[in-house]
Structures are given as C-alpha cells and as structure tokens.
Design a protein around this ligand. Structure first.
Ligand SMILES: NC(=O)c1ccc[n+]([C@@H]2O[C@H](COP(=O)([O-])OP(=O)(O)OC[C@H]3O[C@@H](n4cnc5c(N)ncnc54)[C@H](OP(=O)(O)O)[C@@H]3O)[C@@H](O)[C@H]2O)c1
Length: 248
C-alpha cells in the first residue's frame, strides 16, 4: 500500500486531495499547521501530522514521524492580491517563505529516502498565473514561477534515480479558503490603483467565468503521482487549461 504526504490539508485543494487519495486506498499523511480531527473521513489509513513548512524544525520532525513516503505533495501556500506598492516587505518574505522556500525545504527533507529506494514522486502545486500573468499578482506569481523553474531543473537531476517531479497548475478556485487567508497579509490597495483594482476584482467575480474545482486539482495531483507519462506541467481546471493554451 502506497503512502502520500500532503502539506496544507486544513482546507481547499490539500483537504480534497487527501480525501481523494484515501478513496483510492492509499495511506495518507495529511499535514496541517494545527491538526484538526473530523475534517477527513475516519480511516486507519489516515494520519494527521503537525507541519509548518516555514519551520525547518517542524519539517524535520514531520518527515521523521512520517517514515516511508512514496509521494510528497507540496500544496501549502498563501495568496496575495494587491498592487506591488501596497505590499509590505514582511508580506513578500512570508509569501516566498511559504510558497517557494517551504517547497524547497520539504523536497530536500524527503529526497534522501527517495534516492535510497530509487523511487518516489514529488508533486508541486503552483498556479496557472505563471503561464498567463495577471495584474496585482506579481509577488505571488514570482513565488510560484520560482517553483516551476526549481521543479523543471530538479526533474532532470532526479531522473537517474527514478524520482519524478511534476507541477500541477490550478486556475482560480473561489471554493477554497485562499482568498480569505490572503486577506491577513494583503494590505491596503493604494488609492491610485483603486479603479483599476475594482475592474480586476469585478472580472474575477463574474459568475459565468470558468473556475477550477478542488476535485480538478485532486485528480490532477493523482494523475501526476501515479502516471509516469504525465507531462511535467499539468494545468488543473477548465480555466487553467484555457490559460495554458499552448504554453505548456
Ligand atoms: N484557490 C486558488 O484560486 C488557487 C489557484 C492556483 C493555485 N493555488 C494554490 O493551491 C494551493 C492550495 O491553496 P487553496 O486554494 O487550497 O487555499 P487554502 O484553502 O487557503 O489552503 C492553503 C493551505 O495552506 C496552508 N498553509 C499556509 N501556510 C502554511 C505553512 N506555513 N505551513 C503549512 N501549511 C500552510 C493553510 O493552512 P492553515 O489553515 O494553517 O493556514 C491551508 O491548509 C496553494 O499553494 C495555492 O497557492 C490556489
């Protein structure tokens, strides 16, 4: 029986992906900053572990407690929607610490066991905005585009060890807590950008717009984890596939 470890399982894509792998009969190590019982169906194949991807101590403890893992899903992340002038330096550091450095540190922590076993897969959840840029997302997009570049170089380095590394690129998903969680660090939109920002927000709230469902991401992560023929960049969701066009 295979084991997947997923970061950021308290809500959204991570929670849905944990549920999906459980349904497929895998052992699931669902990690959360603050583990909460009752979010996922009860199962003797489910373990909850505490993990903050910005803390090396927390990473080392979680990887050691987890034991053997077959697939790591780097899903934990935070958003940021603001004009660059309105973004604090602390927020920039927090976004990169979580989205970029957290992914790199988790990958480093799991690699020794993958290399020794000559097996394993790492799935990094980035975003379709790295393929088709949107305004007000410069810092967020940079934090995820860095993970794309990291992943594509690493995939070549790890292929000789039979370790696969791939990217799942979701589109916009109003169903997760992403927007709500981003509020904490977003800051005020500068007055000079107010009209422009309103236009962008209005476009995003269009109910007819295509979106990505959490189950689209879960299925894409599953495909990336289990099918070695999957291309290294896999858009997830109708809008993401449209944004990707022929850019993947
Ligand atoms: N929703 C979208 O529109 C969208 C689009 C493209 C890509 N994505 C990406 O998809 C991934 C999942 O986002 P989501 O939409 O499911 O949002 P979400 O509901 O806010 O979930 C994000 C998860 O990341 C966790 N997290 C944040 N900081 C963490 C840290 N330092 N250590 C460990 N976990 C941490 C959160 O846990 P806490 O509860 O502890 O905060 C939460 O479980 C993110 O990487 C995001 O960038 C989202």
């Amino acid at each position: 029986m295979k084991t997947v470890m997923i970061t950021g399982c308290s809500s959204g894509f991570g929670l849905e992906t944990a549920r999906y792998f459980l349904e497929q009969g895998w052992k699931v190590i669902a990690t959360m900053r603050t583990p909460q019982e009752g979010l996922l169906p009860q199962s003797d194949r489910l373990r909850l572990l505490a993990l903050d991807v910005t803390s090396q101590q927390s990473i080392d403890r979680a990887i050691s407690d987890a034991g053997d893992i077959d697939v790591l899903v780097n899903n934990a992340g935070i958003g940021m929607l603001n004009a660059l002038e309105g973004v604090s330096p602390e927020a920039v550091r927090e976004i990169f610490a979580t989205n970029t450095l957290g992914t790199i540190a988790m990958t480093q922590a799991v690699l020794p066991q993958f290399r020794q076993r000559r097996a394993g897969a790492i799935v990094n959840v980035t975003s379709a905005v790295t393929l088709k840029p949107l305004p007000l997302l410069a810092v967020y997009t940079a934090s995820k585009a860095a993970v794309n570049a990291f992943t594509e170089s690493l995939a070549l380095e790890l292929a000789p060890f039979n370790i696969r590394v791939g990217l799942v690129l979701p589109g916009r998903s109003p169903a997760t807590r992403f927007g709500e969680n981003a509020q904490r660090i977003m800051g005020e939109i500068p007055a000079e950008y107010a009209v422009f920002s309103q236009q962008i927000f209005h476009g995003m709230q269009d109910e007819r717009a295509k979106v990505t469902r959490p189950e689209d991401v879960a299925q894409a992560v599953w495909q990336m984890a289990t099918d070695p023929d999957t291309p290294i960049r896999l858009p997830a969701g109708e809008d993401a596939r449209e944004m990707a066009g022929n850019r993947v």
